[in-house]
Design a protein around this ligand. Sequence first.
Ligand code: NAD
Ligand SMILES: O=C(O)C(=O)C[C@@H](O)[C@H](O)[C@H](O)COP(=O)(O)O
Ligand code: ZN
Length: 369
Amino acid sequence: MQTQTVHVPLDGGRAYDILVGRGLLAEIGPRVAALEARAVGVVSDETVAAEYGEAVLASLARAGLRTGLIAVAPGEASKSYAGFAQVCDGLIAHRIERGDLVLALGGGVVGDLAGFAAASLRRGVRFVQAPTTLLAQVDSSVGGKTGINSPHGKNLVGAFHQPSLVIADTASLDTLSLREMRAGYAEVAKYGLIDDPDFFAWCEANLAEIYAGGPARESAVAACCRAKAGVVVRDEREDGERALLNLGHTFAHALERLTGYQSARLVHGEAVAIGLCLAFRFSARLGLCPGQDAGRVANHLALAGLPTTLAQVPGGCGTADQLLDAMRQDKKVRDGALTFILARGIGKSFIAPGIEAGAVREFLVAELG
Ligand SMILES: NC(=O)c1ccc[n+]([C@@H]2O[C@H](COP(=O)([O-])OP(=O)(O)OC[C@H]3O[C@@H](n4cnc5c(N)ncnc54)[C@H](O)[C@@H]3O)[C@@H](O)[C@H]2O)c1
Ligand SMILES: O=C(O)C(=O)C[C@@H](O)[C@H](O)[C@H](O)COP(=O)(O)O
Ligand SMILES: [Zn+2]
């Protein structure tokens, strides 16, 4: 299988490539060395470090790079102030200098955390993303959103800091659990739901092959990276269009906060799956979207093995008022008013500012049954 390259043509010397292909981790050294650093601080989690750490460190060393490894505990709880301190102090202890590199080896948790540490360390060092989950390969490794969670809400502390290179080894997905594969698939389907109904239909037809591996998986990863790169280049800092990538996330982030960022209960992709269904059902309730489309979204995500209702959140997700309270911390809030990404149908999403809290509350009460 050939390596595909998606270019992200940002200006100011910040353009970078996303490489997608099987087996890229084993030969990562020369590609990182080409960025002209002397040392690389590899940030990972314990699960990924055990699986891929040795091969990656060996490849970097063969390419003449000095390395140091920092491994956090796996799961969303590491995207925290404590996790941030662990990573920053680890990089400092490994004497990672301004001209050196941070390498994020892992899923979105590691990517967001390592990226934020890179943005902050010595006021900014470059970093490379080596995403090892489907979610990270199709979404979080691209676009430069980095950060950590606050007890008040998801990703509330962070920075925009673009990677210098993204290396997505699709063979690494062979060791991913089915639960995490499914979670990543929610963000794949999201791209179709935003503005590409043909891609959504392709996903419906190719779901089994995306899960099983093979050409459809590579195609899906590259297609999502192309879609995200386009949005990011047009609106890097979310002044407009980029907010569409937040489809389902106002609901999802509230659910993650109310489940205490406990991966055992709910992971980001599962929260997004529920959030996508809620965004479509809310749109239908407001008379914006055919109920049939909302049904098609939920049917497909259920077929993909994902939760689609609030009742499926293990241990519950709080009351309508608690959910609404969490949503008030959403970064899309303007002058205290909620902004949602709503839809007029599959592939017809739009930014809807100034949504009445009362309407959201009534909808949530109905959804909670
Ligand atoms: N920055 C962005 O644009 C952006 C976009 C989407 C999501 N996110 C963030 O990404 C995070 C979720 O990322 P995630 O779903 O990758 O979760 P994750 O990073 O927690 O990884 C999921 C689990 O899979 C394990 N794992 C990772 N790679 C593996 C592999 N190849 N083999 C076996 N196990 C492996 C990890 O140890 C972890 O337990 C959330 O915090 C979310 O907010 C950020
Ligand atoms: O890249 C973006 O922009 C996204 O919104 C992608 C989302 O999938 C991702 O979860 C992101 O971290 C959410 O951003 P936030 O600004 O709402 O924290
Ligand atoms: Zn997301």
